[in-house]
Write a protein that binds this ligand. Sequence first.
Ligand SMILES: [Zn+2]
Length: 160
Amino acid sequence: MTNRIIINTLDFTRKGKHQKFVLTRADLPRLTDEAVLVNDEIEANVYGDREKDGKPFLDVDISGGLKLTCQRCLDLYDFQINYRSRFIIAKNESQLGEVGEEEEAINTILAETELDLLNFIEEELLLALPMVPLHDEGVCVKPQVFVETSDITNPFIGLK
Ligand SMILES: [Zn+2]
């Protein structure tokens, strides 16, 4: 795996480092679901820095094109991912709790000496995908076969 990059998170933020990834499907083994296809390259950037009050953070942005399988008509549709998030780094467990209480909307992660960045990005990418991929309302209809049968082996029943 050429993109495997392990960082010490606090060291990365202290030095204000930036790591760029250009990912293809081969780099994202957990996106193996046939419902998700990486049709373009996915670009991801991780920036380390500190906020004005000194809190170290990682900024992650992910952008690129995917094809998702619409769970209504089962056709593929284009999905543009444009994700950005900030993670405050807590130096220990008690600080993790403090930051979480102060700013609930903010993601916090525990400092790590060996964080696998690609793994981290892949997790965020999975979270950024819609739980139930669907075309916009009115764009497609359920195929007749799915309307008429209530096949309990259909994995998509119950997802709505
Ligand atoms: Zn559809």
